[in-house]
Ligand binder design. Structure first.
Ligand code: ATP
Ligand code: MG
Length: 540
């Protein structure tokens, strides 16, 4: 079934129909000042996804006009994350590739009397900008001649002035109701080493000036960005019109992805790393793409989540539980099953001797998945919580005299509990040979199905469980430090099937009745690291 076009696609359809464009070109524009997060996955979904839908192209555009915060390390991480998500960019482009051309366009504006060199300080510019209800004041330098402006701008580039001593401003309108049009600064003097151009430049274009130029020079037809740039669109258009761009790229804004319990701004994420709230950018609790990858979240699930969250014109917030449901949905279909016991209680079958291999269903949601052999024996481990001396009504797990099925194996009846200092240390059961799973002729009814491991063959493993970094569901405001969940990583020692030790690292499993986990190693030891819990325990 064809999906209805979203509002961006409707605009593109109209542009194609009117002949304004003949092919679609977009760009994904990260600033290489940090790691990408799940919000960027949304931007990629929109930029790469839209281009793909129209048989067009999407560039990877590094917006590197802010040299003091940008690093090559981030460039490499961004490339890796995009590829991991499964997107392919047409060209890799940097704003810094265009510094010379952008500079040329600035001279063009000056030559046409549309920009001037201003000596006011940043503070003075701010103070004369006016307010939402009052017009600003013209700079006393606005009347400089074209010749003087050109001379001063060239001197700025040549390094004649101190940082911040002068800047270049567009000559627009100090009374505009849009503050971004009140003679905005378009170039600043800044001595900072750039990760690509080194010390070649000491003047750098401002984002609002560079971005429309870079879009145009790359042949971008539709510049898709988030809503906070809506107020900047008049300036985007002013630059395009005054520099005579044809065809002029069209900027379209869409809503950011916000997810409850997730800190989603690079600045905050950086603080989490720097202040030691997490182990690093790739900590499995981080909403960064590298963190989600390390967590074991499949790229397909992230893309699916972005698709289902939709492309909207108004900001809203998505429940983290929804993201988790999408991950679970994917893993339910794709992750093989295995068993591990998190809080082991010894179960001895008094009428069983020896051991046998039984068929274990790899994934009951996938009829082609088949079975594998697992070892069953006289002594097993089950979960401590699957036995009760004092069971509540309708307790379908084991109790004295009660029956339950051991997953894919036999029905057992619990006869006796061994206690030491009031604590149950072992339970003794009887099994029913004719109750074997798949060939049950016993006629015994057992409602509960318990997971288990063979105590003789199982291995010890470290199991890691996570909860959200933020305690409450509120979206991260100014200060998250008081909302941090102190106990968001929990580590247990568990008993697991030996099969898990043989599985390749980073394989996702559904540990039956426990959750979705991926395998990893800590030295020689098996580690099971939580991807997502089994049930939605969020919306309680
Ligand atoms: P942050 O505020 O997290 O630092 P940013 O907007 O500064 O993010 P950029 O590197 O500039 O990060 O972002 C690249 C692109 O990704 C931009 O077009 C930006 O609008 C988009 N983007 C960033 N966060 C989100 C989000 N939560 N939802 C959708 N798009 C986003
Ligand atoms: Mg940004």
């Amino acid at each position: 079934m064809a999906e209805a076009a979203n509002f961006i696609e409707q605009i593109i359809d109209a542009d194609l129909a009117a002949g304004n464009v003949t092919a679609v070109q977009t760009r994904f524009p990260p600033e290489p000042n940090g790691y990408l997060h799940i919000g960027h996955a949304k931007s990629m979904f929109v930029n790469f996804g839209t281009a793909e839908k129209y048989g067009g192209k999407c560039n990877l555009f590094f917006d590197d006009t802010n040299p003091s915060k940008e690093k090559t390390e981030f460039v490499e991480a961004i490339r890796r994350d995009i590829s991991w998500l499964g997107y392919r960019w047409e060209k890799e482009v940097y704003a810094s590739d265009f510094f010379e051309k952008i500079y040329g366009y600035a001279e063009q504006l000056i030559a046409e009397g549309k920009a001037f060199v201003c000596d006011l300080s940043a503070e003075e510019i701010k103070n004369t900008r006016g307010t939402l209800t009052e017009a600003g004041e013209d700079s006393p330098y606005k009347t400089r001649s074209v010749e003087e402006n050109l001379k001063l701008f060239r001197e700025m580039r040549a390094g004649k002035y101190r940082d911040g001593e002068k800047c270049l401003r567009a000559k627009i309108d100090m009374a505009s109701p849009n503050l971004n049009l009140r003679d905005p600064v378009i170039y600043r003097i800044l001595r900072a080493e750039h990760h690509r151009t080194g010390n070649k430049w000491c003047v750098y274009p401002m984002y609002d000036f560079a971005h429309p130029i870079c879009d145009y020079l790359q042949g971008v037809t539709h510049s898709l960005c988030t809503l906070e740039f809506e107020d900047h669109r008049p300036l985007y258009d002013w630059v395009g019109i005054n520099l005579g761009f044809a065809p002029k790229p069209r900027q379209i804004e869409f809503a950011r992805l916000n997810v409850t319990n997730l800190v989603m701004s690079k600045r905050y994420l950086k603080k989490l790393v720097e202040d030691g709230y997490v182990h690093g950018w790739d900590d499995p609790r981080m909403p960064t793409l590298t963190g989600l990858r390390n967590r074991g979240v499949p790229a397909e699930a992230i893309r699916d989540f972005c698709a289902r969250a939709g492309v909207a014109k108004a900001n809203s917030e998505c429940e983290i539980g929804y993201f988790e449901a999408v991950i679970r949905d994917y893993l339910n279909k794709n992750a093989p099953r295995a068993m591990a016991v998190t809080e082991p209680l010894k179960l001895t079958i008094t009428n069983y001797e020896g051991s046998e291999e039984i068929d274990f269903e790899i994934n009951q949601t996938d009829e082609n998945a088949g079975t594998r052999k697992i070892s069953f024996g006289k002594t097993l481990y089950i979960e401590r919580s699957d036995f009760s001396l004092d069971p509540p009504p309708k307790y379908h797990r084991l109790k004295i005299g009660g029956y339950a099925r051991l997953k894919n194996a036999y029905i057992v009846r619990c006869d006796e509990a061994v206690t030491e200092n009031g604590e149950v240390t072992e339970i003794k059961c009887t099994y029913f040979p004719e109750s074997r799973s798949g060939a049950d002729t016993s006629g015994i009814k057992a409602k509960g199905v318990l997971h288990w491991v063979n105590a003789e063959t199982c291995v010890s493993a470290v199991l890691k469980q996570y909860s959200h970094l933020l305690k409450d569901a509120e979206y991260a405001g100014q200060d998250f430090s008081e909302r941090m969940n102190e106990n968001s990583e929990r580590v247990f020692e568990v008993k697991a099937e030996p099969y898990l030790l043989q599985a390749a690292e980073d394989t996702a499993f559904q540990l039956m009745r426990t959750g979705y986990y991926k395998t990893c190693r800590e030295g020689e030891n098996l580690c099971l690291s939580e991807i997502v819990s089994l049930k939605d325990n969020f919306n309680k």
